[in-house]
Structure formats: C-alpha cells, structure tokens
Design a protein around this ligand. Structure first.
Ligand code: PBG
Length: 308
C-alpha cells in the first residue's frame, strides 16, 4: 500500500543484437542468455517482448563487412535496416523500434567515428556519417534513433538530417551522459568490436569522476533537439540518474549495461546471490533513482518474474 516505486514491463526497453550472415542465433559467452540474432529469431524475440508488455526494443547490428568509415551503418540493405523493416512489417505500431546510432559496430578499427592520421576520432567529419545512418534507419522504419557516439553536435546534426529528409516526427533518444566505463566489455564481444591499438573511448566518453559535466552534456543535447536523454551505465551512476531527473522535464532513460548484467549473472550462476531477487531489486532501484525507462538485457525475464 505504501510502496513508492512500482516496476512494470512497461518500464523496459530490450536491447537486441542482429548479425548478418548467420542462419541460427549465436550465443554470446560473456552475456549468458543473450544471443546474436538472425532476422527471423529477432522477430520471434520481439514477439515475446510484445506479449510480455515490453513496449520498445533497441537494435544493434553486427555486419559481415567492416571498413574504416563503417559504411554498412547507412547501407539501405545493411543488417539493422533489414531488421527494422522486418519489425515494422510484422508489428506495425505494436512496438517502438529504436536504433542505436553509432559506427563502432561497423568500423574496422572499432572507434565511434572517422580516425585521423594521429589515431584520434575526427568529431566533425564523423557527424556526416551519423546523418547518413540516421536517415537510413528511419527510412527503414526506426521510430527513434539513439546516437551513442558522444560526438559534440551529434544531436543537432541528426535532427537537421531527419527534418531535411522528411522525418520531422521521428524522435531522438540521446545517450547524453555516457561514461567511459569498464562495464561495456561483454557488449564489445556481442558486436565483435576490439578497439585498434589498445585504444579506448576516453577522448569522447565522460570521466566517471565528474557529475556536473553530465548535466552540462544533457543540457547541450536538449538544446540541440533531443527528445529524451539517457544515462549510462546505470547502477554505478544512480546519483547521475537522480540529478538528471531533477534537472530536466523530458523522459530519462538509464542503461543497465552488459557488464552490469554479466556481474549479476555470474554471481547468480555460482549461487552467490539469488538471481531473480537481484534482478527485481536492481531494476527497481534504477526506477527509484528516477529513470522513466530502463534499457536492460533482463527485460524479458524481469517481465516474467513480475507476472509471477
Ligand atoms: C556504442 C555503444 C556501446 C554500448 C551501447 N552503445 C559500447 C561503447 O560505447 O563502447 C554498450 C552497451 C552495453 O555495454 O550493454 N555503439
């Protein structure tokens, strides 16, 4: 009667991987229970999500061919575009289709943009790639694009590209406060990414010692036209989720990322924690901190647990 926070399947966004050139789903060792999907198995998984009351999915693509620019990210026949079209065909408006918008899954060097001679990402040259990817994704059927590359000016560039291409109604969920985190390791297995030359993303993702900077990034993205903002990862950054929630009026998402999922699963598999109880506790705490939407690989199992 007095509980302040109620978790429901309606809070979740399910991240999904779709891989080109496979004829059966491929398990991801560091993300037990998560697979790289074929288009067909993706459609089945989304059907499960719809049945359980999960309103939205976020797609990541694993292309057959990677190149320095990540050109498969805007190929109309690229893996995510094909998947988006399949979802649109099958589910119409029953599910919100969100496309992660970045090129790291598509570049041969694993960075989120064009790399210059010094090995640094060229921010402004990269914006042109994001414009093309955004238009390809919404043309294929994405309701929302979610730029995750943390380039300066990316939201404004994408908003302009979508408006110019005749998609003023499609929304942008900005990965606004995305930290350079050790928690993305299993994700990089899932999308077959190794950053070249032992590199990292500290040049464009945020320093975890900073909180005010996250709020500045959020405000910038809103000024540029973001419709919703995200904090990522979730559990080590619940203070940021709360501060962002208190600071802005748009919907706030939090991403319970691959490493957070893997830690929970590993401990549960060893019998060191109760996995089901931890699943509900962790997700409830993210909502209590202020998230309106939670991206989580636990979305389906949590929905089943909630249904009892
Ligand atoms: C970049 C992107 C990453 C994640 C989501 N989008 C990886 C990164 O920034 O290195 C990580 C998600 C997770 O760990 O679950 N396209």
């Amino acid at each position: 009667m007095v509980a302040e926070t109620t978790l429901t399947p309606n809070d979740f966004i399910l991240p999904l991987f779709v891989r080109e050139g496979i004829d059966a789903p491929v398990p991801i060792e560091s993300l037990p229970g998560v697979v790289q999907h074929t288009t067909a198995s993706l459609v089945d998984e989304v059907a499960r999500a719809v049945d359980l009351g999960v309103p939205a999915v976020m797609l990541f693509g694993v292309p057959l061919n990677k190149d320095p620019e990540g050109s498969e990210a805007w190929n109309p026949d690229g893996v995510v575009q094909v998947a988006l079209a399949a979802l649109r065909d099958r589910f119409g408006d029953q599910v919100v289709a969100i496309a992660d918008l970045c090129v790291d899954e598509y570049t041969s060097h694993g960075h989120c943009g064009i790399v210059d001679e010094r090995g640094d990402v060229d921010n402004d040259a990269t914006l042109e790639l994001y414009r093309k990817a955004a238009v390809a994704q919404v043309t294929a059927g994405a309701d929302i694009v979610a730029p995750s590359g943390m380039m300066d000016g990316q939201v404004a560039a994408i908003r302009a590209a979508l408006d110019d291409a005749g998609f003023p109604e499609r929304a942008i969920l900005a990965y606004a406060a995305k930290y350079a985190s050790s928690m993305y390791g299993p994700f990089r297995d899932a999308v077959d990414v190794t950053i070249a030359d032992g590199g990292d993303r500290k040049g464009y993702q945020q320093d975890y010692r900073n909180a005010r900077e996250a709020l500045a990034e959020v405000r910038l993205d809103l000024d540029e036209g973001a419709d919703m903002v995200m904090v990522k990862p979730a559990l080590p950054y619940l203070d940021i989720v709360r501060q962002v929630r208190d600071d802005v009026d748009v919907p706030v998402a939090a991403y319970h990322v691959s490493g957070e999922y893997a830690m929970l699963k590993a401990a549960a598999a060893n019998g060191w924690i109760d996995g089901d109880a931890a699943t509900i506790e962790v997700l409830t705490s993210i909502k209590r901190a202020g998230a309106d939407m939670i991206l989580t690989y636990l979305a389906l199992e949590a929905s089943e647990l909630l249904a009892g």
